[in-house]
Ligand binder design. Structure first.
Ligand SMILES: Nc1ncnc2c1ncn2[C@@H]1O[C@H](COP(=O)(O)OP(=O)(O)OP(=O)(O)O)[C@@H](O)[C@H]1O
Ligand SMILES: [Mg+2]
Length: 263
């Protein structure tokens, strides 16, 4: 028989049908071996309906959101989640992380459906990966838009209503890619969002030698480094259409097909 650690025993008891109180999200994260950074703990503990994460490359955006999503699926019956990213494969990566954490749960329930794009649990909770086309016809408790800087604006506009009917949450995560697009607009201009930013200096889990290595990356391009590791929205010489023209086009009712094409 497999011996359970004290943490696993706590979680097992909490997950039993007769439980009084579901595990807190931090207890849950730790029970699957995830020790959150400060900014990750802020996200996990928040109930904000709209959250935007502007974090450096490899910060742990997808990882922490997968833990949050799994916690909700396990502790709330009939909790429904959609995952959207720039590509199917990138969305599946987040789901892969989620399943890895799921497989660490002691006494985990047997999924009623499981494949690369879906995870259905016996409590009625389910997670579905949707392609990066307009997600119409879905109504969910949580919409996760990963790599948002690269998701076309019209896909975002079609995704927003998916959380209205169920008063669900919209989570948007990315690293900046210029002063264009909805990720930039939401993080810099929109109200009603919990905005979390984490630069490489905020990721405390890296040992000094790894931090020195990250800092050394600046040698490959200062602007690139400020974008990828310091989460800055930069208007570089490569950005052909100026921010002001894009905003003006929006207010004139002109829809830009794929803002990533202007780079
Ligand atoms: N709190 C943490 N403790 C330990 N490892 C972590 C933590 N958060 C994330 N990681 C690990 O760091 C790596 C990067 O995480 P993740 O893929 O979520 O980053 P990301 O911000 O989504 O990166 P990208 O910008 O490339 O999409 C993964 O191996 C993940 O497991
Ligand atoms: Mg990611």
């Amino acid at each position: 028989m497999v011996e359970l650690s004290p943490q696993e025993l706590v979680l097992r008891d909490l997950l039993r049908a007769e439980r009084v109180k579901p595990p807190s999200v931090l207890e849950f994260a730790r029970s699957v071996g995830f020790e959150p950074e400060e900014w990750q703990a802020q996200l996990l503990q928040s109930d904000a309906q709209q959250v935007v994460l502007n974090c450096h490359r490899g910060a742990g955006k997808s990882a922490v959101v997968s833990i949050l999503a799994l916690h909700r699926m396990v502790t709330r019956p009939n909790y429904e989640i959609l995952v959207l990213s720039r590509t199917d494969k990138q969305a599946m990566e987040l789901v892969y992380n989620l399943k890895r954490a799921f497989n660490r749960l002691p006494n985990r329930p047997e999924p009623t459906k499981e494949n690369d794009h879906e995870l259905y649990l016996p409590n009625g909770s389910r997670l579905t990966v949707v392609p990066c086309t307009e997600p119409r016809g879905y109504h969910v408790d949580m919409m996760i838009e990963d790599e948002a800087s690269y998701v076309p604006h019209e896909v975002y506009m079609a995704a927003r209503p998916t959380v209205i009917a169920k008063r669900g949450r919209y989570l948007m995560l990315s690293t900046p890619k210029g002063k264009v697009g909805h990720f930039y607009d939401v993080f810099e201009n929109q109200k009603g969002w919990l905005k979390i930013k984490a630069t490489w200096r905020d990721s405390k889990r890296f040992p000094p030698e790894e931090l020195a290595r990250i800092e050394g990356e600046r040698a490959y391009g200062d602007e690139w480094f400020r974008q990828e590791y310091e989460c800055e929205f930069l208007q570089t010489s490569g950005q052909i259409i100026a921010e002001t023209s894009i905003m003006a086009a929006r207010t004139d009712g002109i829809v830009l097909d794929d803002v990533s094409d202007v780079w």
